[in-house]
Design a protein around this ligand. Sequence first.
Ligand SMILES: [Zn+2]
Length: 233
Amino acid sequence: MNALVTELVPVKGALASVAFRRSTRASKISLRIDATQGGVVITLPMRASRRAGLSLLQTHEAWVAEKLAALPSALPFTAGATVPVCGEPHVITPVASGFGAAWIDEGRIYVTGGPEFLGRRVADCLKRLARQKLTALTAEKARLAGLSPKCVRVKDTRTRWGSCAPDRTVAFCWRLVLAPEFVQDYVVGHEVAHLRHMNHGRNFWALTETLTSHRQAATAWLGTNGQALLRIG
Ligand SMILES: [Zn+2]
């Protein structure tokens, strides 16, 4: 999958940012909203034209306009901004110097260096925390179930909070660290259960239940707040 171009396309009188991607695996043209970018992604199979993609966009113009309008507003990492860490508000606080580029303490994310580095340093700090927490939680739950992941990856995925590959690589979206811990607990429990059952059958859910008790609450929370997490940073 690779990005072709991003362009501004009129959608119901407003300009929408549309990214075209070429995919060797796609068999038909598809359209989705990218909450992180606040735009549209059109995936084209190898032989489909950009024009055919735009035509699909036109067909679904009303739906796209509605989805884009409904996106939560973006919350960039800027000095003084409040962002959630494990569901708790933390204020981005620039400081002259300290223990490192950025660190978290008592409701604040401290960050050193010039304003041009701030966004990157806060993001790196949160990704580091995500890697620590999600790796530890995965190891703990896998041990409970007598399973062992090959490795745990933390990525900037846009469409999935977690995934488990057939080679037992478990991956999570770093933005999960912004969500309350019960949400992290559920997503990790769910992916660990996939280490044994690569499906969503009855046995999979039975194992998931033994690894986390937050399925309903976490699913509801992500349904309400998931898009907002993608708009942070
Ligand atoms: Zn699943």
